[in-house]
Design a protein around this ligand. Structure first.
Ligand code: COA
Length: 331
């Protein structure tokens, strides 16, 4: 039995902040941000938690599939910015949407959270014990962004998407193959210094602004370029695919230069690469579901299309997934 995506929707907060907003607060320029990252604007929600970003798309995805919240069996939330440390945002979303029959959990895979969660969901479904998974994936990065640090605050945004994953007996579609990797030696280069059990919150951690993303951008960049390109290439080779066989590369949106390097390694032309970093920045676990959902809503993917999803992020974590799209074009 194979698992397939049977519905998808996305949501971002309304408020848009363009690069000029940062120009007026920090020593930075629109030109620097666009040329070094590809980002033009991003959305921030200064009120509410991650669940408030994910609930609208959870309800929309269920409605598109014709499921009621009480039909949901399992909720997985991929994020590093859950509403609280505990309980899980999965349980908070369960309560908010009324998915009274579901159990669930959160999964912290950072920028690769969506890939990790998609394979977890697929394997649960393939086991035959779970008939459907509501997979919610996104981040409210504004909650852990240091708006005084120009090297990180211009990079991130808030947003996410939700999918329904179900079994299919159609062998021509579904979540086909995956390459998932992790290298914990990446921890020093990308992390949040305080707030966990190693360094619980204190006046000192707050004063030192340790509850925010810390990133050594240049070091992470070098690993990301290699990791994302290697994993994407490996999934192609393993499945006997050439560039012409792939409909879309749907990459994590952290930096346009990393996306370009991955596409180049795969031999793909720009028209086969989904890019929306210019409008959303890096929404961490939100980037890939937002990309897929936009492609679907724009009627740019059709049943049977080969999609390569690919990411790199904190951990380090990285990987690629091959999906054969299973939905007809959106009506
Ligand atoms: N505006 C203007 N200048 C800035 C700036 C900003 N917002 N942020 C940094 N700079 C400066 C730096 O201070 C540095 O100045 P210096 O040369 O005087 O020291 C200069 O720009 C170049 O910085 P550098 O870090 O070399 O830039 P970069 O080309 O590596 O780009 C990133 C920085 C963060 C955009 C890039 O490294 C990156 O995308 N990293 C990986 C992100 C990623 O994939 N993360 C994983 C998922 S979250």
């Amino acid at each position: 039995m194979r698992a397939t995506i049977t519905a998808i929707a996305h949501h971002v907060p309304e408020a848009v902040f363009d690069n000029h907003w940062f120009e007026s607060r920090l020593d930075t320029t629109d030109e620097w941000i666009q040329s070094r990252t590809g980002i033009r604007e991003r959305h921030f929600a200064f009120e509410g938690g991650l669940s408030d970003i994910l609930v609208p798309s959870a309800l929309e995805a269920l409605s598109r599939r014709g499921l009621r919240p009480e039909d949901v069996e399992l909720i997985i939330v991929a994020t590093v910015t859950g509403d609280r440390v505990f309980p899980s945002t999965a349980s908070i979303i369960q309560n908010k949407i009324g998915a009274v029959n579901a159990w669930g959990f959160d999964l912290a895979g950072a920028c690769s959270g969506f890939l990790y969660a998609l394979i977890t969901a697929a394997k649960m479904v393939e086991s035959g014990t779970i008939k459907n998974v509501l997979l919610c994936s996104g981040d409210k990065m504004s909650a852990i962004t240091n708006f005084e640090d120009r090297s990180t605050c211009v990079l991130f945004g808030d947003g996410g998407g939700c999918l329904v994953i179900e079994p299919t007996d159609d062998n021509s579609i579904g979540i086909i193959d995956y390459v998932l990797k992790m290298d914990g030696r990446g921890e020093p280069h990308l992390h949040q210094k305080a707030g966990g059990s190693l360094r619980p919150p204190s006046i000192e951690t707050v004063t030192n602004r340790e509850h925010f993303v810390y990133q050594d951008g240049k070091t992470v960049f070098k690993s990301a370029v290699i990791g994302m390109a290697d994993a994407s290439h490996e999934i192609m080779v393993r499945n006997g695919l050439e560039a012409k066989d792939i409909a879309w590369l749907i990459p994590h949106q952290a930096n346009l230069r990393i996306i370009d390097a991955t596409a180049q390694r795969m031999g793909l032309t720009k028209d086969k690469v989904m890019v929306n970093i210019d409008r959303y920045g890096n929404t961490t676990a939100g980037t890939i579901p937002i990309c897929i959902s936009e492609l679907y809503e724009q009627r740019k993917i059709q049943k049977g299309d080969a999609l390569v999803l690919s990411s790199f992020g904190a951990g380090y974590t990285w990987g690629a997934i091959l999906v054969r799209w299973g939905l007809e074009k959106m009506q």
